[in-house]
Ligand binder design. Structure first.
Ligand code: GLN
Length: 445
């Protein structure tokens, strides 16, 4: 732990990946673990882990990078946190993020931006940018983020590491501050597939505290998948526009390599994907506007001074506490849910989501995996997208479908030439096939 903390203290001031370093807690935990009589049976004995600061851990800040939650500390342990600690892990800190997990670059955080360790003039990706950078920079071998529309896979791609968004319901959301409840999944980052698989075996299980939790649990399948005979679907037509050359090059290189090893590639079409962004931003904002209504100045964090009455207190607290992007989404979501507009917007978005799910299911009858870039480009420079929401939203176009339909998706780092910016390549599998997906990713390594 000493070496780890001195490395973190050296690098974090520039990278700004962590919002708290829990040294005392970690040393205390390590002492207890050392004394434990069954330490040899603990699969994560002594493994340091970092969580995004929207995950509950008693006493750790759970500020969601928002002024409205300034000073708010975890009141209970998320299911993921208890599972990790029961397995012997040591939580060592909390990670920076986009405010309430809304963003694609970690540029919307009250704690400031997170820098990409591969090139500090570039963004980390978001919204789990802090967790991705913490993992990539060696602060911990495994870190956790949340993925609502790509927030783990996209920064994993930008930072050159692995990130998996499990099947919806495979990992409990109990203790995760909700953004879009029907899309959110707590999701891990690691620097290799084996670590992701180990940690999935620990956190991916049924949980009575989350009504959407799936029955059963994750059972590793590492070593059981061979490339030969696998069929992979490629959405060739949607790759035609807007994918940067360096990303396309890596995409095609891996495709060629896999073909040589006996993987069959077929072109597929999912027509409803043209509506990906509209459907996601209607549903995610609608759910966010409801979920964020609990931040009213009464129950948590910040409370405005000098209000005239209760309504004024709500208004002032929320105006002062929420950042611009969060306000934009609350307004969008509230509008689309309001009487008279519900059917035209939210209702329609749900119908297209269902159609998309059906079209994906049909495709998965003929392919084992779907192959896409994680993002249309590599990590960009600070400031170029932060003030243009539509431009920023476009970065999610390849990651969002997995959240809308609930399937697992993994971002694997392409084998880029030394010195180049990382590129993430993404594979999606059928709902529930998380273990197969990781076993497949392992043979790509
Ligand atoms: N970038 C997307 C958004 O801003 C995804 C966020 C996420 O997955 N938390 O909504």
């Amino acid at each position: 732990l000493n070496d780890l903390f001195s490395n973190i203290e050296k690098l974090n001031p520039e990278l700004n990946a962590l919002t708290s370093i829990q040294k005392d807690y970690a040393y205390e935990k390590a002492k207890l673990l050392e004394k434990s009589s069954h330490k040899m049976e603990l699969p994560l004995f002594g493994v340091p882990i970092i969580i995004k600061e929207n995950i509950q851990k008693i006493g750790f800040p759970v500020e969601c990078a928002s002024k409205i939650l300034k000073g708010y500390k975890g009141q209970y342990d998320a299911t993921v946190v208890s599972s990790l600690e029961n397995a012997g892990a040591i939580l060592i800190g909390t990670a920076n993020m986009d405010e309430f997990a809304m963003g694609s670059a970690n540029e919307h955080s009250c704690h400031g931006v997170v820098r990409n360790p591969h090139n500090t003039s570039r963004v980390s990706g978001g919204s789990s940018g802090g967790s991705a950078v913490a993992c990539a920079a060696g602060f911990a071998p495994i870190t956790f983020g949340s993925d609502t529309g790509g927030s783990v896979r996209q920064p994993a791609g930008f930072c050159g590491i692995y990130g998996i968004k499990p099947t919806y319901g495979r990992v409990s959301r109990f203790g995760l501050v909700a953004f879009g409840s029907s899309l959110d999944q707590i999701s891990p980052f690691a620097r290799n597939v084996k670590d992701l698989d180990t940690v999935m075996s620990i956190v991916a299980h049924e949980d009575a505290n989350d009504s959407t939790s799936l029955k059963g649990s994750y059972k590793s399948k590492l070593g059981s998948v061979t490339l030969k005979g696998k069929t992979v679907g490629v959405l060739r037509s949607i790759l035609k526009q807007g994918v940067d050359d360096n990303v396309m090059k890596e995409f095609l290189t891996l495709e060629e390599n896999l073909k040589k090893q006996g993987v069959k590639f077929i072109d597929i079409e999912i027509p409803s994907l043209e509506h990906t962004l509209s459907v996601y931003y209607l549903i995610a904002c609608a759910e966010a506007s409801t979920n964020l209504s609990r931040f009213d100045g009464i129950r948590f964090g910040h409370r405005a001074q000098n209000s005239e009455d209760l309504f004024d207190l709500y208004c002032k607290t929320r105006s002062e506490g929420f950042g611009k992007e969060v306000k934009r989404r609350i307004m969008l979501g509230t509008f689309s849910l309001s009487a008279g507009f519900y059917d035209a917007f939210y209702g329609k978005a749900q119908a297209v989501r269902e159609l998309m799910s059906k079209q994906f299911d049909e495709v998965f009858e003929t392919v084992d995996y779907i192959y896409l870039p994680t993002s249309p480009a590599s990590a960009f420079e600070f400031g170029i997208n932060a003030f243009d929401p539509i431009k920023e939203y476009l970065y999610d176009v390849f990651t969002i479908p997995a959240n809308l339909i609930g399937v697992p998706g993994i971002s694997v780092p392409a084998n880029v030439p030394k010195g180049s910016l990382p590129v993430g390549l993404q594979f999606l599998a059928k709902r529930g096939n998380d273990a197969e997906l990781l076993a497949f990713a392992e043979v790509l390594e």
